[in-house]
Design a protein around this ligand. Structure first.
Ligand code: PMP
Length: 359
């Protein structure tokens, strides 16, 4: 049976990448060792690291003169703390737009830090996060940064334009990283847990303007210090070698697909396939407002939780896996990351149509 994995993360990876990992597992680049066994200081690994870094910046059309990339651990969640620790050095004030559960978590963690004012400028919580919050008036340079969450994994919304700001713009891009294109140079920091569009869990990407690295806080614990980490090519301690290796392969795969803009066009086609069905369905609907719809995570439901559960169970038996919505919102959710094929989405829509007809 053909199966399709609609999980929100860890999530589907390109099959050709998994096959290459399998092929190289026992003998990496004629070393007679596995990638799992080699030193992070070896040429074998530093070549992989540099390749991943260069490919990532090139795919985002960012210059290595202006931007650095850190390959870290601790998930996107640790960045909720590292960001304010490193960057809130001038005004000791940071601004957030609250667009969903994960932005609220980022706000919550920043608020724990001493001597820091955290202002939530706008929020879409009153609308149950079914849209993106209003943008504030052009934000003057009175904050150390403005933080947004470009894609809201649980609620299924995404930013289709960016707020205008004179303060540094910082984004949690975990769930649409390299899956929805942005003018990446508009951002001063982009961070993302890798386990959706890039690699297995255990790797976090931080893309940061080099100019900011000169202004980070002094005397931070080294493992929390962007500047110290950048100076050592993210290898202050042993980096997640295997995850970085897989990320490099996924980046090569993304290049072969034509890059981020081409991938976005494919993702638009995939998402439209499901949204078009949901919009005309009499059984299923999505609560997300049209202008804010995510390409990556599509929550939907019927009006009956028992029917939702029945759909999930029967879909799973038919090879359409991990469609259960997040426990905070219930219903169903289909995550259509880069490695999900159009055939997978078509199979899902065919199944949902047939289910509806049987009702
Ligand atoms: N931000 C967003 C948008 C997410 O979707 C997630 C995880 N689902 C996180 C942050 C937390 O990521 P991590 O598990 O890597 O800490």
């Amino acid at each position: 049976m053909t199966t399709y994995n609609f999980a929100a993360g860890p999530a589907v990876l390109p099959k050709t990448v998994l096959e290459q990992v399998q092929k190289e597992m026992l003998n990496f680049k004629n070393s007679n060792m596995s990638i799992l066994e080699i030193s992070h200081r070896s040429d074998l690994f530093t070549t992989v690291y540099q390749s991943a870094k260069q490919r990532l910046l090139a795919l985002m059309a960012l210059s290595p003169v202006d931007y650095d990339v850190l390959f870290l651990q601790g998930g996107a969640t640790l960045q909720f703390t590292m960001l304010p620790l490193n960057l809130a050095t001038k005004y000791h004030r940071v601004a957030y737009l609250d667009s969903g559960h994960w932005s609220a978590r980022a706000i919550e963690e920043a608020a724990k830090l001493k001597d820091l004012t955290v202002d939530v400028l706008t929020s879409s919580e009153d609308n149950h996060y079914t849209n993106i919050p209003e943008f504030p008036e052009v934000l003057e340079d009175t904050y150390d940064y403005l933080h947004i969450t470009t894609n809201n994994t649980i609620e299924g919304t995404a930013y289709w334009s960016l707020p205008e700001t004179k303060t540094p713009l910082v984004a949690d891009m975990s769930s649409n990283f390299l899956g929805q294109t942005y003018p990446y140079e508009a951002f001063d920091v982009i961070y993302a847990g890798a386990q959706k569009n890039l690699a297995p869990a255990g790797l976090t990407i931080v893309v940061i303007k080099k100019a900011l690295l000169q202004q980070t806080a002094d005397n931070l614990p080294s493992m929390l210090d962007y500047t110290a980490l950048a100076k050592k090519d993210s290898a202050l301690n042993t980096p997640p070698v295997f995850q970085i290796y897989v990320a490099d392969l996924v980046l090569q795969w993304l290049e072969q697909q034509g890059g981020v803009a081409a991938m976005t066009a494919i993702n638009q086609q995939k998402a439209a396939c499901l949204y078009d069905f949901l919009d005309q369905s009499k059984l299923f609907h999505t609560p997300v407002q049209k202008t804010a719809r995510s390409l990556m995570n599509i929550p939907f439901l019927t009006d009956d939780p028992a029917v939702d559960q029945d759909v999930i169970t029967k879909a799973s038996a038919a090879g359409l896996l991990n469609l259960k919505g997040h426990r905070l919102v219930g219903g169903l959710r289909a995550s259509l990351y880069n490695a999900m094929s159009l055939e997978g989405v078509q199979a899902l829509v065919t199944f949902l149509k047939a289910y509806e007809q049987r009702q």
